[in-house]
Design a protein around this ligand. Structure first.
Ligand code: FES
Length: 147
């Protein structure tokens, strides 16, 4: 069901932890599954992401996607980090089962939320960045409601 890469990042997640005095911190959750993800970014004066850490209180796919997302944004500029979408994270993990796609959305939104926090702190505008939702379940279109 899961690719080897997903299993690897789930069992040996990279970049777990916190960054003290982070340049930006983003926390997002999904009210439906109850999972929460927090991403810390350390951004230098050239707007390059020097370091990135995460904490995830969530499912295995959420751990694997946060781990991969942190690996993908490290060393990138903030504009390049904007291209780390949930699709990019899923591709890097060799795919996720359809019911787990929302977990990768959490990773994308957590990065955006951390970038938003950085932009606000530094009074800058990051092109293409929209105010993040704290609950990514809002506005999710692909999933059917189950009652
Ligand atoms: Fe919700 Fe994975 S089940 S983040």
């Amino acid at each position: 069901m899961y690719s080897e890469k997903v299993m690897d990042h789930f069992q040996n997640p990279r970049n777990v932890g916190e960054i003290e005095n982070a340049s930006g911190v983003g926390t997002v959750g999904n009210a439906k599954c109850g999972d929460i993800m927090r991403i810390y970014l350390d951004i230098d004066e050239n707007q390059v992401i020097r370091d990135c850490k995460f904490k995830t209180f969530g499912c295995g796919a959420a751990v694997a996607t946060s781990s991969m997302a942190t690996e993908l944004v490290k060393g990138k500029t903030i504009q390049e980090a904007m291209e780390v979408t949930n699709k990019a994270v899923m591709e890097a993990l060799d795919g996720l089962p359809p019911v787990k796609v929302h977990c990768s959305l959490l990773a994308e939104e957590a990065i955006h939320a951390a970038l938003w926090d950085y932009a606000e702190k530094n009074h800058i505008v990051i092109e293409g960045l929209q105010k993040p939702k704290s609950d990514i379940h809002e506005g999710e279109e692909d999933e059917k409601e189950e009652y």
